[in-house]
Design a protein around this ligand. Structure first.
Ligand SMILES: C[S@@+](CC[C@H](N)C(=O)[O-])C[C@H]1O[C@@H](n2cnc3c(N)ncnc32)[C@H](O)[C@@H]1O
Length: 377
């Protein structure tokens, strides 16, 4: 059996939202984690505790899975033996049985039910329950993932628990908020380094600005939450405390450049202010209509925005008119700035922006197909 020597190197799979894989790869490379790009994310290999580091530091990651082992099995008995040989006791202390999610990557392979009943026999359990889709929420307890490709079985365990976009600071949202991981990924794909001014003219609950502030402060995104790996029997609490303390010590007290947010809705600005306070960051927030927004009194930097899509929040406002106004404001007040907009896949609506020559990348926001437009008006 090929797999992980539990005292040796760890193999970890990190997933990202569709479209954010390149951002995750570059982020992991910058952290010195030597990523290998794979479908839906990256694979990492390194010293024990790598899964802790990935959960703590990667801003654009959705979830971190620890590979328990990979083996080949051509029949059910071999499958049961392969599962029984995994170092399960390192991640499961008994009690509530693990849940399992099985993904089949070829036809003619044993079905999910076969894998789950083999796992129950291998681990002396009455049943192994099916886990829900891992992109979303996770039920408490251990979640195992099995990837079946022909006769090859890769078994992993979820180390994140709650999805990683839950940083802990956003306990309330405005209308149509975006995930923290998506905001961080967009900033990264746009080339924001944290050393430039950042403006969000339609900031809502302030997700772009808080994520930008943490990037600017080099604050690790996982410092304010807990993770599934903390309940593993092999959890090394001392190593974790040291890792956290190191990350805390590296974080700057304040962002390196100004962060400015505007919105028409006073309620949204209140939410942004409270989210920022919980995140420990200072933002400049002001009620303002983007139509009359003037050039900020800072050096040129980045403008990011997630304008309303109409669909999700059901605004009755004139969307084409709003997009035209946004484009006009960018050309008038943000000449020489770099612009990143996440907009729906609607060529007519996007055309209203008049951002000719913008680079357009596919991304998803809350399950909707969107485009990330990168431009320099
Ligand atoms: C999709 S939401 C942004 C959500 C935000 N990214 C977040 O994570 O919470 C769009 C925002 O645009 C704001 N908005 C709509 N029309 C505006 C205008 N003319 N000027 C400024 N803000 C406007 C809305 O109030 C709303 O907060």
């Amino acid at each position: 059996m090929r797999g992980r020597d539990t005292r040796g190197a760890e193999r970890v799979y990190v997933s990202a939202l569709p479209g954010l894989e390149p951002a995750l790869e570059s982020e992991a490379r910058e952290l010195g984690l030597a990523p290998r790009a794979v479908e839906g994310g990256v694979e990492l290999e390194g010293a024990p505790g790598l899964h802790q580091e990935a959960n703590l530091r990667l801003r654009t990651a959705s979830r971190v899975l620890l590979r328990l082992g990979t083996f080949r099995a051509s029949h059910e008995e071999a499958l049961e033996n392969g599962l029984a040989a995994l170092p399960l006791s390192r991640v499961w202390a008994g009690g509530a049985p693990p849940r399992m999610s099985v993904t089949l990557h070829r036809t003619g392979v044993p079905g999910a039910e076969t894998v789950m009943s083999a796992a129950a026999r291998a681990w002396g359990l009455r049943t192994v329950e099916r886990a829900g889709p891992l992109d979303e929420e996770t039920s408490p307890g251990l979640t195992m993932l099995v990837r079946v490709e022909g006769e090859s079985f890769t078994v992993s365990v979820d180390t994140s628990g709650e999805p990683l976009y839950r940083r802990g600071y956003r306990q309330e949202v405005s209308r149509a908020p975006m995930r923290e991981t998506l905001a961080a990924g967009i900033l990264r794909l746009a080339g924001y380094t944290g050393a430039e001014p950042l403006v969000d003219p339609m900031c809502g609950s302030g997700t772009f600005l808080v994520e930008g502030a943490w990037m600017s402060m080099r604050r690790a995104p996982g410092l304010g939450r807990t993770f599934a790996f903390e309940s593993f029997p092999s959890f090394d609490a001392r190593a974790w405390a040291e890792r956290r303390a190191k990350a805390e010590a590296e974080a700057l007290d304040a962002p390196r450049a100004p962060l400015l947010g505007f919105d028409l809705n006073a309620g949204a600005l209140g939410t942004a202010r409270r989210n920022a306070r919980r995140a420990g960051v200072t933002l400049t927030l002001e009620r303002h209509d983007l139509k009359t927004l003037a050039t900020p009194a800072t050096a040129p930097g980045f403008v990011v925005a997630n304008p309303p899509y109409g669909k999700r929040v059901g605004e009755a406002e004139d969307l084409p008119g709003l997009y035209r106004a946004l484009g006009a404001t960018l050309r008038r007040s943000f000449r020489g700035w770099r612009v990143a907009l996440i907009v729906p896949e609607d060529a007519k609506l996007v055309g209203q922006l008049g951002l000719d020559g913008a680079k357009s990348l596919p991304v998803r926001n809350g399950g909707l197909r969107c485009r990330l437009l990168l431009a320099s008006p």
